[in-house]
Ligand binder design. Structure first.
Ligand code: E4P
Length: 286
C-alpha cells in the first residue's frame, strides 16, 4: 500500500500480470495447447488471481445507484396514511392475506384508493394460477391506476405471464420467491421487482438474508434491471442487512417502519435536554 492507503503502482502491475497469466493458462487449458487440457475438478481456483469467481467476490455496483425505497406491507388505509405522513414512504405492497385483514369490500376500488393515497408503486396481486387467468386479472389491475404493479406468483404460468406483461409495458412484482434460481428466471422474464421472502425462510430454519445477498450479486453480475424487493421483513435488523447488501426496496409492516427510528438513548437524551432547558430558562428568568 502507498502512503495514502492506496495500492502502489507495483502492486497494481503485479495484479495485472497475475490476471494475464491466469487468462493465458485458461486459454491453454481450453484450447489444449502445450499438452495441457481441462480436466473435471481441475483446481483452477488455486492460481486464480485475487477473488476469482467465488461467492466472496464483491457484487458489481449498479450502473446508476438509486436510493433505497421503503414500501409499507399492508392493505389497511389508516396504516398507509400513517406511513405516508412520515414522509419516507415510496410505495405499498398488498397480497390476498393482507386484503383479508385490511381490504375494503371491492378489491379494485380498494386498490384505487391506495393508489390515490401514495405517490409510488402499489402492488396488487392476481389470484389466478393459469396463464390466461393471470393475464386477464393483471391487465384489469393495471388499468385501475398508473401506480399499479401487478403481483404475480413465481410459478411456471406466472413466468410466462411476466414475459407478456413486460412486452406490454405492464410493470410486475414477482412474488413468493424462495431461491436464487427462481429470481434469475424471473429477471430473465422481465419482472420489474422480485420479492424474496426473508421472514418465511427464517421460519423454516433457513437464512433468509442469504437469499437477498445471492440475488443482489447475481443481478449486479449481469446488469439485470429487476429490482430486489426484500419482503416478509419482521424486524429492523432485517432492514439493516438488506440495506448493507444493496436490496433496492424493503417492504415492511408499519410497526417495523416505526421501529427503525426508535432508540432508548434518543428518548433518554431528549428527556434530559428538555429538563436542562427548563432549568436553564428558570435560572435566567427575572
Ligand atoms: C410481500 O409482498 C408480502 O406481501 C409480505 O412481505 C409477506 O410477509 P409475511 O411473510 O410476513 O406474510
Amino acid at each position: 500500500m502507498g502512503d495514502c492507503g492506496l495500492p502502489t503502482l507495483d502492486a497494481e502491475r503485479n495484479a495485472e500480470q497475475d490476471a494475464e497469466r491466469y487468462t493465458a493458462r485458461i486459454r491453454r487449458l481450453v484450447l489444449g495447447v502445450g499438452g495441457e487440457s481441462l480436466k473435471l475438478n481441475d483446481p483452477l481456483e488455486l492460481d486464480r488471481p485475487t477473488g476469482g469467481l467465488k461467492h466472496t467476490h464483491p457484487p458489481r455496483p449498479r450502473s446508476t445507484p438509486t436510493p433505497m425505497k421503503f414500501f409499507v406491507d399492508t392493505a389497511d388505509l389508516d396504516e398507509i396514511r400513517e406511513a405516508r405522513d412520515m414522509g419516507v414512504l415510496d410505495g405499498v405492497t398488498t397480497n390476498p392475506s393482507l386484503m383479508k385483514t385490511g381490504g375494503g369490500a371491492d378489491f379494485h376500488e380498494h386498490i384505487y384508493k391506495i393508489c390515490e393515497l401514495v405517490d409510488g408503486d402499489v402492488s396488487a396481486e392476481v389470484t389466478a394460477t393459469d396463464y390466461a387467468g393471470i393475464m386477464e386479472e393483471g391487465r384489469t389491475l393495471a388499468r385501475i391506476h398508473k401506480n399499479v404493479v401487478v403481483k404475480v406468483p413465481l410459478i411456471l404460468d406466472g413466468i410466462k405471464a411476466l414475459k407478456t406483461f413486460s412486452d406490454e409495458n405492464i410493470r410486475t412484482n414477482c412474488t413468493l420467491c424462495f431461491s436464487p434460481t427462481q429470481a434469475l428466471v424471473a429477471a430473465k422474464a422481465g419482472a420489474t421487482y422480485i420479492s424474496p421472502f426473508i421472514g418465511r425462510l427464517d421460519d423454516v430454519s433457513t437464512e433468509g438474508l442469504e437469499l437477498i445477498d445471492q440475488i443482489v450479486t447475481i443481478y449486479r453480475n449481469y446488469g439485470y434491471e429487476t429490482e430486489v424487493l426484500a419482503a416478509s421483513i419482521r424486524h429492523p435488523m432485517h432492514v439493516v442487512h438488506c440495506a448493507q447488501m444493496g436490496a433496492d426496496v424493503a417492504t415492511m409492516p408499519l410497526g417495523v417502519i416505526k421501529k427503525l427510528i426508535k432508540h432508548p438513548l434518543t428518548d433518554i437524551g431528549l428527556e434530559r435536554f428538555l429538563q436542562d432547558w427548563k432549568a436553564y430558562r428558570e435560572s435566567v428568568a427575572v
